[in-house]
Design a protein around this ligand. Structure first.
Ligand code: GUN
Ligand code: ZN
Length: 650
């Protein structure tokens, strides 16, 4: 069982239940070679907080003494590790040495018989250098073996590997086909040569293509990825599990791992680390140590470096700062930066898992920040959902202190005293109508004043698009008092009273729930309860009923049941709806959360964090709540809450 606990886009914190207990992902499984142990597995568990390890069943099976002991008392006893153990199958040995002779079904049965918690099929390693034909053959044989051996797993969870070399369509096909079978984990295989050669750009394409085909309710293991440099990027793309022999392999070569890269011990002036291994010893002492002892110490350091970076990633998921972490880490190596830039090609795909808003602010980390799905989402919604207010002229303001409406209110009042005008700010995110100045991510962003030239260029292009589409008879850029005189002479007309609060409610409704949602205010008596301290809208009362609450954190609405009732009328099905059978809908109406397994259908436009309408099969509103999953996840997960109910009839 795999349960979603927390997320930031495709990056997620989940709980995987195995026969030897639960594991929190993202997780790193250190590789334990059953023949020689650089660090004892028991020590990893007790002193380093390692949750789960991976070992090789093919090596155990082909080494007499190991096989005997494993068959007699199990792999946990053999390795001296009482937590969950994953086993691999010999695929990698076949790739490296080429002489693995074992039956694909037999090796799966062997893994189950020695009590592995997670076993792996004998997939065919699809090398990046393979031709398309060779890759197709590897995929077909992998799928054939997957189908044949899936029922040999016994009580063990089984991992069905995605192969497909560097051909995105073959990766996606393999992922789709293998997802149809009853696997518990899906590794992405055949990527070690990409990792070894810093081909991170190709790795990104491989992961994304695989994720597109995979069932989102299953954990994804990136086979052979064990360098801290790659964890943030891989987790951002939806990888949950990693395994590493690198911590020991690098140690044997006197190399130390850091989130920013690898260093030879010989080149180091200071260790720049205070892990339990490094804080005991100076760099000089390490250099002089007998090789075997030094290898152990460096292996410990390397493993700590990996585990620490996994924890950094988990913090970033909690905080909603995965993009910031990935963009910062991308500076460690040009190949990582290149890989980051590839993500902009896949914005549409990434946007589908992008949260509606985040707790933390949008931090600008460089020109790549403009390519985040959040920026695209704002722009797309602005152009497709926002409805402009009729006015004689549009006045554009330059970027200024946020919230813009407070900064520009004195100027706006002067203009409105003379002519009826609408206002827009030329921001980093593109055109921001003044009434959207509290809407995520506009004020929840920290952007430097001096922007990179390529970003300025992109903003200019966005404003050109706006200029073509805004539809006002006249538009001017505010340039001081002179603009005011110009407006007076050219436009004329009388003063205009602007109800910014009402404008804000309508615009936020349209942006958040879809064009037309703002119509729920039409012809109604609308009252606002505002914060006495900040002056911000808190509650919106429509015809005497509390319908909406505006969140100070992201400027979006929390739906009350009354608001839901109004929205169901103006938004055509399936907009913003999560549909369940009548019985679970009845539970929701009593205030119970909606579990994923009860979701029948939902609006494909729903995003995690959206306020949604829970309806029964007759499209009657049962309750309103907050979506915690994407539509695909709601349909795939068998466990966990899809919608947290926020308001219900009783
Ligand atoms: N270890 C590293 N790469 C692979 C792979 O592609 N398949 C399996 N089974 N193990 C691996
Ligand atoms: Zn260290």
């Amino acid at each position: 069982m795999f349960e979603l606990k927390e997320r930031d886009g495709l990056a997620r914190i989940c709980e995987l239940t195995t026969p030897h207990g639960k594991v929190t992902t993202p997780v790193l499984l250190p590789v334990v070679n059953p023949n020689f142990r650089t660090i004892a597995p028991s020590e990893m568990r007790e002193k380093m907080g390692v949750q789960m390890i991976i070992t090789n069943s093919y090596i155990i099976r082909s080494t007499g003494a190991l096989r005997e002991r494993a068959e007699k008392s199990g792999v946990h006893d053999l390795l001296g590790f009482d937590g969950p153990i994953m086993t691999d199958s010999g695929t990698f040995q076949n790739y490296v040495y080429g002489d693995v002779r074992v039956d694909p079904r037999e090796i799966v049965r062997f893994q189950a018989s020695v009590g592995a918690d997670v076993g792996t099929i004998l997939d065919v390693f699809s090398e990046p250098r393979f031709t398309r034909e060779e890759t197709e053959a590897a995929v077909e044989e992998t799928l054939k073996r997957a189908r044949e051996s899936v029922d040999d797993r016994g009580k063990m969870l089984l991992a069905g590997t995605v192969q497909g070399g560097i051909y995105p369509d073959l990766r996606e096909r393999c992922a789709k086909e293998i997802s149809k079978l009853d696997f518990a984990v899906h590794p992405i295989g055949g990527v070690v040569p990409l990792l070894e050669n810093y081909r991170f750009k190709d790795l990104v394409e491989v992961i994304i293509a695989s994720k597109k085909g995979l069932n989102p309710s299953r954990p994804v293991h990136l086979f052979g990825a064990g360098h801290p440099m790659i964890f943030p990027l891989a987790v951002l793309l939806g990888c949950d599990m990693f395994d590493s022999a690198s911590y020991a392999k690098y140690a044997r070569e006197d190399r130390m791992m850091y989130p920013t890269g690898t260093r030879f011990l010989a080149d180091l002036h200071d260790l720049a680390c205070h892990c339990p291994s490094c804080s005991r010893t100076s760099v000089e002492e390490l250099k002089k140590m007998p090789p075997e002892e030094r290898t152990k110490r460096l292996a410990e350091h390397n493993l700590f470096a990996c585990l620490t970076e996994i924890e950094n990633v988990k913090n970033a998921i909690h905080e909603g700062s995965m993009w910031e972490l990935v963009e910062m880490r991308a500076r460690a190596h040009p190949a990582l930066l290149e890989a980051l830039k590839v993500l902009s090609k896949h914005k549409q795909f990434l946007e589908a898992s992008e949260p509606a808003s985040r707790r933390g602010a949008f931090f600008y980390c460089g020109p790549e920040s403009y390519e985040r799905p959040t920026v695209m989402r704002y722009q797309e919604n602005y152009f497709s959902r926002y409805r402009k207010r009729d006015a004689k002229v549009l006045v554009g303001f330059p970027e200024a202190q946020k919230p813009y409406s407070r900064t520009y209110w004195p100027i706006m009042s002067k203009i409105l005293a003379k002519v009826d005008a609408a206002f827009v700010v030329v921001s980093f995110f593109g055109p921001v109508p003044i009434e959207l100045d509290e809407y995520y991510p506009i004020p929840q962003s920290v952007i430097p004043e001096a922007l990179d030239a390529e970003v300025k260029e992109k903003i200019n292009r966005m404003m050109e698009r706006h200029a073509h589409q805004h539809g006002y008879p006249l538009a001017v850029i505010w340039d001081g008092e002179e603009t005011l005189r110009f407006l007076e002479d050219i436009v004329g007309g009388g003063p205009k009273d602007l109800d910014l609060d009402l404008l804000r409610c309508r615009a936020v409704l349209d942006m958040q729930f879809g064009r037309g949602a703002g119509d729920i205010l039409d012809g109604k008596k609308v009252e606002m309860i505002k914060s006495p301290r900040t002056g911000k809208i808190r509650n919106v009362i429509i015809d005497g009923a509390h319908a909406l609450s505006m969140r100070a954190g992201d400027g979006r609405f929390t739906l009350k049941l009354e608001g839901g009732k109004l929205l169901v009328k103006v938004l055509p099905s399936p907009s913003m709806r999560v549909k369940t059978d009548d019985e679970p809908a009845g539970f929701a109406a009593k205030g119970n959360n909606v579990f994923a397994k009860f979701v029948l259908e939902c609006d494909p436009g729903i995003r995690p964090g959206d306020d949604v309408l829970i309806v029964n099969t007759k499209d009657e509103l049962a309750a309103v709540g907050r979506a915690l999953m994407t539509p695909d996840e709601m349909k795939s997960f068998k466990r966990g809450v899809a919608v947290r109910v926020k308001d219900s009839p009783d």
